[in-house]
Design a protein around this ligand. Structure first.
Ligand SMILES: [Zn+2]
Length: 227
């Protein structure tokens, strides 16, 4: 796995300051064998892009879903390997959790995530700097949390996701929950009605397009040395 070239200085963020009418939909904890493909179908219908913060253990079980995500223009982010509370762990264990998932994503799609979504948002500022200094990964939390994991119902999830949908917003959801998937069409309709576009985290940040052909690597291998 190649080291990423430092292309930015963003240690962490919960939203992006921008006047461009764009938001980032982010889906954590997958991939899920049926819900995630269903979500991909919906996103394709709307031509919307999203970022999937995958758990390494799940990514390893469903490599074909990761390949589909990338083929359809979505971004994959790192959500650790076993979904621990990172703030309780030492640096070595934290980096091991993250490295394992970096390696799995690289092995499956030939690109490595450029951002981490810490489970439960639990990651101290000191740890964020440690990760950025050691791995050049930015920590991305969120500005909109519908608490969809509590399963409040489809329309409540959709309304909560839309309430904070403004330029630069980072919207959290989980693609392992059926009601969340069923809320997405209304969310995408609402986003369009507000004149907003759903883009990936890298697009929201105006970073290079994420994917096997879009990133430059240090010590690039033949496989990654595009551009
Ligand atoms: Zn999670």
């Amino acid at each position: 796995m190649p080291a990423l070239q430092r292309t930015h200085e963003v240690v962490s963020l919960n939203a992006v300051e921008t006047s461009r009418p764009r938001v980032a939909l982010t889906f954590d904890d997958g991939p899920h064998p049926t819900n995630t493909p269903m979500l991909l179908d919906i996103l394709a219908r709307y031509n919307a892009k999203a970022t999937f913060y995958v758990i390494g253990q799940n990514a390893r079980r469903y490599p074909e879903i990761l390949r589909r995500m990338v083929a359809e223009g979505h971004e994959i982010g790192n959500h650790t390997y076993t979904h621990p509370v990172l703030s309780r762990l030492g640096n070595g264990t934290v980096l091991n959790e993250i490295d394992r998932t970096q390696q799995i994503v690289w092995d499956i799609v030939g690109a490595v995530p450029v951002t981490l979504r810490p489970p439960y948002g639990s990651f101290s500022p000191r740890q964020q700097h440690m990760l950025f200094d050691n791995r050049n990964l930015s920590t991305v939390v969120w500005s909109v949390d519908p608490e969809d994991w509590r399963r409040p119902g489809v329309s409540v999830v959709a309304n909560r996701m839309l309430r904070g949908a403004r330029p630069g917003a980072v919207i959290l959801a989980h693609d392992i929950h059926g009601p969340t998937i069923r809320a997405v069409p209304a969310v995408l309709d609402g986003i369009a009605a507000r004149g907003l576009e759903a883009v990936t985290i890298s697009e929201l940040l105006a970073w290079p397009h994420w994917g096997p052909r879009g990133l430059r690597y240090v010590g690039a291998t033949a496989r990654a040395s595009h551009g």
